[in-house]
Ligand binder design. Structure first.
Ligand code: SIN
Ligand code: MN
Length: 265
């Protein structure tokens, strides 16, 4: 699926955009699965400050076969295996929902800091695969990346004392300062990949990223599968986080291609 150029782009920039990787039928199947899943109560479902809008839903691949199939598709898993050149498992899967007229921002941050602090993961041997469940435009709060910011390691080392979230570690809790962000942007600039539903963005766990609130009339739902090298598992020192945040089964996944074809997964 990925060319040598794609792989080089990922390693150079920390972000790789693959437009239209999933068909309309497949994307509609995922949208329906998400709508079903977002109604299931539990700690895996995070709401916005108004306690009503869904901010994020974790581990849909345990409850919805469409998401389980997605994690094993050649287009995601096969590509991620090539980017990391290792056997992989799903460490975390979430959908950041950002509903119309209400999805809040995601503060500027680096994912690997969250995963090191929360789960004591040793190395940034992970890759995020983002699947657009909706068309992503300049209006509905696209993720903004700072290209090449993954090459300098972690910008900060700790989390704030006043945490927005106890366990899921909202980016607010590890937000870069304005000066830190400005220095990164001076070096790398900013990009915000946009495109039709079904497009995919691969991004590095140390790239600086964030997104603005969604004040448009259109939702911006992103399913984000985080694959980890099976040799790089969490090493919790105290009580491990709930498994919907940090999976404990590190059995390598195998590709099962075309399972989403025609939206029948
Ligand atoms: C977002 O959903 O806009 C943020 C994604 C992320 O932090 O990984
Ligand atoms: Mn993030």
């Amino acid at each position: 699926m990925l060319t040598a150029d794609d792989i080089a782009t990922y390693h150079r920039d920390g972000v790789l955009v693959m437009p239209g990787l999933f068909s309309r039928a497949e994307t509609e199947a995922l949208q329906s699965a998400f709508e079903r899943d977002a109604k299931i109560p539990g700690g895996h479902r995070i709401t916005e400050a108004n306690d009503t809008d869904v901010r994020a839903v974790y581990a849909s691949h345990w409850r919805q076969p469409e998401f389980a199939s997605l994690t094993r598709s050649a287009r995601l898993l096969g590509s991620a295996q090539r980017l990391l050149d290792a056997p992989l498992y799903v460490y975390q899967l979430k959908t950041n929902a950002k509903p119309a007229f209400g999805g809040d921002k995601w503060a500027w941050h680096q994912d690997f800091l969250a995963w090191r602090l929360a789960d004591n993961i040793a190395r940034p041997r992970l890759v995020n695969a983002v699947v657009f469940l909706d068309d992503v435009t300049e209006f509905n709060g696209p993720v903004i990346f700072v290209p090449r910011s993954h090459t300098a390691g972690l910008v900060r080392r700790d989390r704030n004392d006043t945490a927005r979230s106890a366990q899921h570690l909202d980016p607010d809790d590890i937000e870069l300062t304005p000066a830190e962000l400005a220095a990164c942007v001076d070096q790398g600039g900013m990009v915000s990949p946009k495109g039709p539903a079904g497009s995919v963005v691969f991004f590095h766990p140390e790239i600086v990223h964030g997104s603005a609130p969604n004040m448009s009339p259109h939702p911006r739902r992103l399913a984000i599968v985080t694959y980890n090298d099976v040799a790089n598992p969490p090493r919790p020192t105290g009580t491990p986080r709930p498994e919907y945040l940090a999976a404990r089964n590190v059995t390598p996944l195998t590709v099962e291609d075309d399972v989403l074809a025609g939206g029948r997964a």
